[in-house]
Design a protein around this ligand. Structure first.
Ligand code: GCB
Length: 637
């Protein structure tokens, strides 16, 4: 038989643009990370009435993805073809029936929490795990609408409620939600997730990272409720002049033209406005003279209430300005030196991914003790609790997405994924005064495709949030034969507000004595942050200043580096690498690393190393100097 394709009469090449367009459309559709969930998350979930779904969940470890493809158990369903065949939550009652799994008798894991640190057998596991939890829902007591909220699931989640798929989410560190109003049953409900943490070349992050690939439902799971029409989003900021408080609000539901009222009771502020036909409203309030600005010294938060005729929600919000002026970063109009530290979201005492308020208090408490007014939340969005605790404690933040090392720069799906993670992060945290910097990427080798990719992220960020600063942890270069002269000239620096770079002179690049010799050439008149420097040290290991992995080596490197900082033109801060030792599969040296990156200033046992005190001392002096300069300028006539 001869097949004939009519279009074959046209030269194939002429179809290429059409095929490209089709591919892009398909990519855009499938890359949408929550294709079946909500596009934007409900703001401040913690102010909503909710039922926690944290706790013990039943799990089935499924390395061969049997649960997905076992069609014998779930007959093909034409209405949801893509989802046929998964581990249904059902109990076999007929003794003749064959079912080779049972959630009711399966092992349990705690949510939130990664699986790697809860079960030794899952320590290195990368694959699929099915989670199930049942919960009761009382329809007579409930408000009109219900939403499932997941703080984060690493990396891919397929979500099923009462046997029907709600959707899929991709990206391990950002929240996602599904409306379940019509899917809940009065009485018992069953929520099933297939979670997969395999790494992929085209994913964000990509295959290779210097941190542990913790899998699981790693942050809070909540069942939220709202009225039929409700305030789904709001943004409250001090404008760049500091003269106005600017507010935007968004309603969702069928009664969109409602009066919106915003109140800040402590300032006796209240103003109402009609939302437009799309439910959107904008307000501008003159800043009252008694407004106390948020700052690390005085992290003042105000209760802000946003209400409509049908709903009321609230948040605790701080007001401050952040801008750059030449080589300076200005907080509330005054130059600030960012005494920072980089942090991975791990709790060394419990082991594994950190997630709760106490974890945040532990990590940021250590940063405070070190004398920090700033922290870099590396290398992915940390939990919302970290950011809220930073707001309370007065720690400025740098937040970033896992665009790390060698992402697939030319892949449209990868770009869509990175853009989606960034957008979700900005939306989640744009009411947090602590957040001053959005970082686009970490140590990405220079190429045109890379720069274009990152430029797209910058454009998105400036549109989503024009009030904060943009940076990226860039790389440093030297000309051949001139290794002592360091040049920061990444073309991406043209698009950022701050020039930040990671440098490891003395550890990956020579020995610590080299630090005393290096000279710096940093392009453009912008503020400079050294976003990483450091050395590995096993807590308790002694040696001399040349013994690798000894505390003495690390302390010496810190002493020399903080002196060097003072020689860098425009230096506005630093976030040394890193607060606490963290797990990394790239660090196998037995007896020293044992699967840990040892660059922490605090060991995995919680004990501070010598270098902790070197940095603490430096920060104390920087603080004294800044206070002195401030009081002198205040005394000036
Ligand atoms: C880096 C990376 C960081 C690593 C660190 C190291 O430059 O940004 O993720 O953990 O170096 O310890 O090598």
């Amino acid at each position: 038989m001869r097949l004939s394709f009519p279009f074959m009469k046209t030269p194939f090449l002429s179809y290429i643009p059409f095929l490209k367009a089709l591919t892009l459309l398909l990519v855009a559709f499938f890359a949408s990370t929550s294709a079946f969930g909500r596009d934007d998350n409900i703001a401040n979930v913690y102010a909503r009435g909710s039922q926690t779904l944290n706790g013990k969940w039943r799990v089935i470890v499924d390395p061969y993805e049997n649960g997905f493809y076992n069609h014998r158990l779930q007959p093909y369903d034409a209405t949801e073809p893509a989802y046929a065949g998964y581990f249904l939550d059902r109990t076999v009652t007929d003794r003749t029936a064959l079912q080779e799994y049972d959630f009711d008798t399966a092992q349990m894991l705690t949510v939130p929490g990664d699986w790697n640190s809860q079960d030794d057998k899952l320590f290195y596991y990368e694959g699929s795990v099915w989670y199930r939890r049942t919960f009761d829902f009382d329809a007579t007591e409930a408000q009109s609408r219900q939403f499932l909220h997941f703080g984060a699931v690493n990396y891919e989640a397929h979500v099923y409620l009462n046997g029907r798929k709600l959707g899929k989410h991709v990206g391990g560190f950002t929240p996602f939600q599904f409306e379940v109003t019509d899917r809940l049953q009065d009485g018992q409900n069953s929520l099933v997730l297939m979670v997969n943490n395999e790494r992929h070349k085209d994913a964000v992050p990509t295959l290779n990272t210097d941190w542990w690939n913790y899998g699981g439902i790693t942050r809070d799971v909540l069942l939220l409720e709202t009225p039929e029409t409700f305030v789904s989003d709001f943004n409250v900021t001090l404008d760049s002049t500091g003269e106005f408080i600017e507010i935007t609000t968004q309603l969702e539901g069928s009664q969109l033209s409602q009066e919106i009222t915003v109140e800040i009771p402590e300032l006796s502020l209240s103003k109402s406005v009609e939302a437009n036909a799309e439910g959107y409203a904008e307000l501008r309030l003159p800043t009252p003279p008694d407004l106390q600005r948020w700052s690390p010294q005085s992290p003042k938060l105000y209760e802000v209430v946003v209400s409509s005729e049908s709903d009321r929600t609230e948040d605790r919000i701080g007001f401050r300005t952040i801008e750059v002026d030449g080589r300076n970063i200005l907080l509330n109009g005054e130059p600030i030196f960012l005494r920072g530290i980089s942090i991975h979201e791990e709790n060394p005492f419990r082991g594994g991914r950190a997630f709760g308020v106490e974890d945040a208090q532990l990590l940021l408490g250590w940063a405070k003790e070190l004398g920090c007014n700033f922290a870099r939340l590396a290398h992915y969005p940390h939990s919302e609790h970290m950011v809220r605790v930073a707001d309370e404690m007065g720690i400025l933040l740098w937040e970033e997405i896992p665009v790390y090392w060698t992402i697939s720069w030319e892949n449209e799906e990868t770009l869509a994924n990175a853009r989606s993670q960034l957008k979700t992060l900005v939306n989640r945290d744009r009411n947090r005064a602590s957040v001053i910097i959005w970082s686009m990427a970490n140590e990405t080798p220079i190429s045109e495709a890379r720069t274009m990719f990152l430029k797209r992220l910058v454009d998105d960020t400036r549109e989503l949030d024009p009030t904060r600063l943009i940076s990226a942890a860039m790389e440093v270069h030297s000309e051949p034969g001139k290794g002592d002269h360091k040049i920061v000239n990444d073309p991406f620096g043209a698009y950022t507000d701050i020039l930040s770079f990671n440098q490891y002179v003395g550890w990956y690049d020579g020995l610590p004595e080299k630090i005393d010799r290096v000279t710096w050439e940093i392009g453009d008149e912008k503020p400079v942050i050294i976003s990483e420097f450091g050395a590995g040290a096993l807590q308790g290991k002694r040696g001399d200043a040349l013994t690798r992995f000894s505390e003495d080596f690390q302390a010496d490197l810190y002493s020399r580096t903080v002196e060097m900082l003072e020689r860098i033109p425009g230096i506005s801060g630093t976030t040394p690498w890193v607060l606490v030792d963290f797990r990394s599969p790239r660090r196998p040296l037995a007896g020293v690393q044992d699967g840990w990156n040892r660059k922490g200033l605090i060991g995995d046992n919680g004990v501070r190393k010598q270098a902790f005190y070197v940095l603490q001392d430096y920060y104390e002096k920087k603080k004294e100097k800044a206070n002195k300069a401030k009081s002198e300028s205040e005394d000036a006539p």
